[in-house]
Write a protein that binds this ligand. Structure first.
Ligand code: NAD
Length: 308
């Protein structure tokens, strides 16, 4: 990276900037840069570092005549046009695994918050109203883990310790992992949904998983179940979820992600206001530890990519 010009367009840990400078890169830190500015500036750089906000699509890549590598300081690559990058021989790296524990912990937190109706109790407390809300235990309940990759498996492991029964669904062969973690493997998505008291989503956002949870899937779910989504907002069809909440199919939805952040559509705005929705601001990987790991891993992979 000696002398390489690196543009960082999303907020990242200081450690990442320091590490880039330490290896001799010329870093321009422009978190929150507008689309117009990005298009104007990107031709000057050899490397681009983004998180989930910046869209690195074909138009950006076509402008970026000097670009050698795009680094996603995090996991999901759904904001990068991988096809266009491949065509232009731009390498794409990310930091898989760096945020696994943080996202898994948030998922469990959301699950418990939903089961114990923490949002309602906290709202009562903040108004000085000392009334009890009645929740349910997770112990003995069935958890469907949709997407049994790094995060899904870690969630399953922690949920096992709570005493949950796990049913895992994935599109690849997960029998070995499932056996090791004491999880059953579902034949298909709908059968997993039909059995579960809690459903948690851990798939990447791809054309195949866009609105994976839609009307038919909510109809397949048990009445009164909990839905947790810490993957990507667009994995869930917001309109269908709103319907499921209002029908009582979903008792509580706990979401760290929405298709548009902040909420943009009517359905998303109604979800954000819904008394049985627990919503956080895409904080799955936002811990000191995860961001440090992401920083180290991203710089390591950037160096590897440039050395090839
Ligand atoms: P991973 O690649 O290890 O696991 C994803 C799993 O999903 C894989 O096993 C894959 O086979 C499976 N899958 C793909 N398509 C599927 C489908 N149609 N149906 C069922 N399973 C399918 O990824 P990971 O590290 O576990 O991360 C999962 C996702 O979590 C990421 O892609 C990212 O979008 C999201 N994430 C969110 C945050 C956050 O801040 N909330 C942070 C990090 C990651």
């Amino acid at each position: 990276l000696q002398g390489a010009r690196v543009l960082v367009t999303d907020p990242v840990d200081d450690l990442l900037l320091e590490a880039l400078r330490a290896v001799g890169a010329q870093v321009d830190y422009r978190p929150g840069i507008s689309r117009g500015e990005l298009l104007a500036l990107v031709p000057r750089y050899e490397a681009l570092v983004v998180r989930s906000r910046t869209r690195v699509d074909r138009e950006v890549l076509e402008r970026a005549g000097n670009l050698l590598v795009v680094a996603r300081a995090g996991v999901g690559l759904d904001n990068v046009d991988l096809e266009a990058a491949r065509e232009r021989k731009v390498r794409v790296v990310n930091a898989p695994g760096a945020a696994t524990q943080s996202v898994a912990e948030l998922t469990i937190a959301l699950m418990i918050a939903a089961a114990r109706r923490l949002r309602e109790s906290m709202e009562l407390a903040s108004r000085g109203v000392w009334k009890k809300v009645v929740g349910v235990e997770l112990y003995g309940k069935t958890l469907a883990v949709v997407g049994f990759g790094r995060i899904g498996r870690r969630v399953a492991e922690i949920a096992r310790a709570i005493g949950m029964d796990i049913i895992a669904y994935d599109v690849v062969d997960i029998r070995g992992h499932a056996e090791k973690l004491g999880a059953r493997v579902a034949e298909d998505l709908h059968s997993a949904l039909a059995e579960a008291d809690v459903v948690t989503l851990h798939v990447p956002l791809t054309p195949d998983t866009y609105h994976l949870m839609s009307w038919e899937e909510f109809k397949a779910m048990k009445r009164g179940s909990i839905l947790v989504n810490t993957s990507r907002g667009a994995v869930v069809d917001s309109e269908a979820l709103l319907w499921a909440l209002n029908e009582g199919v979903v008792a509580t939805a706990a979401l760290d992600v929405l298709e548009h952040e902040p909420p943009a559509t009517e359905a998303e705005k109604r979800l954000a206001q819904h008394p049985r929705v627990i919503l956080t601001t895409h904080i799955g990987a936002s811990t000191v530890e995860a961001q440090r790991r992401v920083a180290i891993e991203t710089v390591r992979r950037l160096l590897e990519a440039l050395a090839e």
